[in-house]
Design a protein around this ligand. Sequence first.
Ligand code: GLN
Length: 488
Amino acid sequence: MSRTQLTASQLLDQLHRGEVTAEAVADDFLRAIGDRNTLLQAFLHVDEDDILQQARQVDTRRRRSEPLGPLAGLPVAIKDVICTKGQPTTAGSKILANFRPPYDAHVVERLRAADAILLGKTNCDEFAMGSSNENSAYGPARNPWDPSRIPGGSSGGSAVAVAACLAPLALGTDTGGSVRQPAALCGIVGLKPSYGRVSRYGVLAYGSSLDQVGPMSHDVRDCALLLEAIAGHDPRDATCVDHPVPRYAQRLDEPFASLTIGLPREFFAEGLSSEVEQAVRAAVEVYRGHGATIREVSLPHSKYALATYYLVATAEASSNLARYDGAHFGHRSTDHRGLIDMYCKSRGQGFGAEVKRRVMLGTYALSSGYRDAYYLKALKVRRLIRDDFDRAFAECDVLLGPTSPTVAFSLGERVSDPLAMYLADIYTISGNLAGLCGISIPCGFSASGLPIGLQLLAAPLEEEKLLRVARLYERATDWHLRRPSLPS
Ligand code: GLN
């Protein structure tokens, strides 16, 4: 087995024992990126010299027996909506093609403090708007299990980086499913933390009442390690909760005295592929075999989740994206007559079609005369969706269902049908609307060899329980050990 196929925890053990240097590890991943990134387009930016320099510094400090952080020497890929000081941060958009932020996002500061190696910036849908990575202005990333298929989105590049063994760990962001859905379609683990668990300082905002940064990894242990490194209070994000961060990785294998798993009826309805349903139902039996009580529950308002999400998310996006005006940073049109024309041309040239669609939908929903009928109504329905979950969590520890209704579809298949594309997130968006934490873990493969993901949801700030429930399944199965075979 090549070193790039190991989990982050296995690599950490080798680094601790001195069997390998951080520089050799970085070198292996850089070589893998060199071999496979042209095909897979997972990374938009990789600064080889900077990466090797970070690794050598860790090695030097280890040789001198200086104290090192918990991720010392581990490469982590970063979604390109997360600011990295002095390194390009494009959000997959032409409008930020030349943007190099003067500061690091909070999560990047935390990774540096943990002595992780920042491996590069990963491809994504423009401003994280999309479910297939096809909205990236730089071309889509490709699914390593079948490069003619999408990897999911919007954190597609991060999912591909981990699945194709170009990075052992990655960060994504999840506004409506963008960590969990690509994790499911690429056969890896992805976790969306509860709203407020991780600071968004320095993360380019999409839907501010929904956005969270989340870890992506080969297995649940690695996911817990990375979450531990990035979670916690930061006064620079006013929505970030001041709540202690448990040692998630430490209690993963603790058995449950009792465990009740809820199956929302609405998550097994029309539109769910039978292969996905079979794999998820088989996973339910694994839990039952381990003594879990399985209970059917109902989330009656989930039929409104997609409509609610596309009002709330687009309304917030339209106001967040107003800052890209061509005047302060990012692309500015060179040929314009006056200020208003400069705004129009800069935005017209800089944004792609889906971003423009979202800005228009959101502006419409917020405009005078429509605000009460659309935006305020959506906020009320959002509350009802949250109440459904509160009722379910009063009788269940976690909820279980599919992450995505289908396996990865072909590139190009849904680009001209926005509604079909939006349906890819039907099971993930309600977790964001309600501020829950959720995880996707591998639970099988389709007949055509494509990964299937299982989603577990827990109440806000119940990440520790969520990870333990996920780990219970992982211990009993070996889906997470598979790696795609790739031409080099
Ligand atoms: N696909 C959803 C959207 O386009 C979710 C994206 C996300 O979570 N960033 O809005």
